[in-house]
Design a protein around this ligand. Sequence first.
Ligand SMILES: [Fe+2]
Ligand SMILES: [Fe+2]
Length: 189
Amino acid sequence: MKLIKQNMYKRKKQMKTTSMLDKNIISLINEQIWLENNASFYYLYLSNQFAINGFSGISTFFKEQSNEEREHMLKLIDYLIDEDSTPQIPNYNFMEEMEEDFNILSHFENSLTNEKRVSSSIHDIVNNCKKIGDIQTENFMQWFVIEQREEETKFKNIIDELKIIGDDRGGLYQINKELGKLSDSEEEN
Ligand SMILES: [Fe+2]
Ligand SMILES: [Fe+2]
């Protein structure tokens, strides 16, 4: 066991020195890994909140969002590994003190705020890549630029619908059902 650990450490050290990526870009991508992980746990928390308040469809929707964010994190981790760099695996203790009142609309508004924060961080990485001419990472990050646009639009549309619905129970019943199905169809793709 000790030997394996030692080997891993050696390999890690080697990785750090052989990467062709710019140090600043590596640290920005590591920050992005942290943000995606943050989003993944935040959506898992919201999935739980909706489940305990009887909205099983919206709960499924957020569970799927949480899985997507984890996939994004893994994509970035893989990129750093492929580029002989060392990804920093984030911890999730930041969720411990989180307490939000259950309000359907504000949960979605906070989710949109979170997505916007993620988008601006991704744009920041792209701008930094442009500055130093790292075309490869810039190209890799384009997938995230498109993904973020879709995410923001998705949340904006749901917020618009929720505003129309207001306190109408029938409308809430319907949107709960729809969002549960939306996650199903996204899983199939
Ligand atoms: Fe993401
Ligand atoms: Fe997202």
